[in-house]
Ligand binder design. Structure first.
Ligand code: ADP
Length: 395
């Protein structure tokens, strides 16, 4: 449907200038929006696509005040902000979407767990080590949960940095030390059957749009690949949809939210965590959905109607391209080969190459007859093997 309404929101401030902000660009152009980005480095990906840039750390308050002066609304691609510090701006009338209350909740993994419990969502069993808690305290809590268990830094964890699986009581002290003796979230190790994720968007008028549920597969706790649609029962799909609605409404969300879950062997959905922004598990939507997660975020925060979220192909896979222990040149050669894959959409974020860093991704839109596991294996063999073999002509 053509949207003919006049819109008062034209300039969007984005806190964070990584690949998530960079991928907003085509949608911003389609919707006639300008992006102003706050990010620390001039070579961060989104600087290249921004109408203007505030060069400063994402937690720099005066920089966000400066950003707000130039924009109609502020959204986030990075949630590691100074929420308390930003309250003064919100009280002064700056519009943050999602609200600072949502950001504040999500910044602490322990508070997330308490909130999920409070609204009745399935949680792994957990316990919280408060500031000042010592090893004896931690050991008692761990014993109550049982081994193996997982300890997580409450703040600033991402891509598995900040998360440790602890197999036995002897490993607890060293694992906690390796995380800097910080306050912790402890939780049971869930022997999941699958990890699932879903994106949900909500407008200021309360319109909600849920994306298909995907399966995410991690290697060393970092997302390696995403398969969509997830091969789950209708009941599980319905649970994921309900969860998305419950969270979007419960949080009074304006924007987009990524929800990560565990599916247990007996088909119970336990929530892992949420992120109040576009998410790696939703990158496939750029090429495989009627409205990408990036366009949807911009629609939600700029008071435009949300777009439809259906798949435009039978199935899709997305594979993350992480930095390798190899030369820059090897990376570029491999990209060159990946670009020749039929039905492939390659995104290279133009970030400085470092081993383990998310540098790009590739999405394949596939017919129902295709074998997504075999195709992702082919891509990963090409990317992650020491020397790259030419892509087989037959695929
Ligand atoms: P981050 O926020 O750093 O991505 P997560 O809490 O999502 O950290 O953990 C990263 C990965 O570690 C998850 O995707 C999952 O594979 C594994 N993991 C985390 N918590 C648990 C748990 N309680 N049980 C089993 N595996 C877990």
């Amino acid at each position: 449907m053509v949207d003919t309404q006049p819109h008062s929101i034209r300039r969007i401030g984005v806190v964070g200038g990584g690949q998530l902000a960079w991928m907003l660009a085509p949608a911003a152009q389609t919707l006639g929006l300008e992006l102003v980005v706050q990010t620390p480095r001039a070579d961060d990906p989104a600087v290249a696509i921004a109408a203007a840039t505030v060069l400063a750390e994402v937690g720099n308050l005066s920089a966000t005040a400066h950003l707000a002066e130039q924009c109609d609304v502020i959204t986030f691609e990075n949630e590691f902000i100074d929420c308390q510090g930003l309250q003064a701006l919100a009280q002064g009338g700056v519009r943050f979407r999602p609200s600072l209350a949502v950001l504040d909740l999500v910044l602490d993994k322990a508070r997330q767990r308490q909130y999920f419990q409070q609204i009745g969502l399935g949680n792994p069993r957990y316990s919280i080590l408060e500031p000042g808690g010592d090893l004896a305290c931690l050991a008692l809590q761990a014993e109550a949960i049982g081994f193996p268990l997982v300890i997580k830094s409450r703040r600033l964890g991402y891509d598995g940095y900040g998360t440790r699986v602890v197999a036995s009581p002897e490993q607890l002290g060293p694992a906690w030390a390796s995380l800097g003796h910080q306050p912790m979230l402890l939780e049971e190790f869930v022997p999941f059957k699958q990890e699932l994720a879903v994106m949900v968007a909500r407008s200021s008028e309360g319109e909600v749009a849920v994306y298909p549920t995907v399966e995410t597969q991690q290697v060393n706790q970092i997302c390696r690949r995403v398969l969509v649609p997830a091969q789950v029962s209708e009941a599980v799909q319905a649970t994921m949809d309900d969860l998305a609605h419950t969270l979007a409404d419960g949080l009074n969300l304006v924007g987009i939210l990524g929800i990560e879950c565990f599916l247990t062997q007996d088909d119970r959905v336990l929530i892992n965590e949420i992120a109040p922004r576009t998410h790696n598990s939703g990158h496939y939507s750029l090429d495989a959905c009627q409205t990408s997660q990036f366009e949807q975020q911009l629609r939600a925060v700029s008071d435009r109607p949300l777009g439809p979220t259906g798949l435009t192909c039978s199935q899709a896979i997305m594979v993350n391209l992480l930095g390798l222990e190899q030369s820059d040149q090897t990376h570029y050669q491999k990209i060159h080969t990946l670009k020749t894959i039929p039905n492939g959409h390659l995104y290279w974020y133009n970030k400085a190459i470092r081993p383990g860093r998310k540098l790009g991704h590739i999405t394949l839109c596939l017919p129902s007859s295709a074998d997504p596991a075999a195709l992702s294996h082919t891509i990963e063999t090409l990317w992650y093997s020491q020397c790259h073999a030419p892509y087989p002509e037959s695929h």
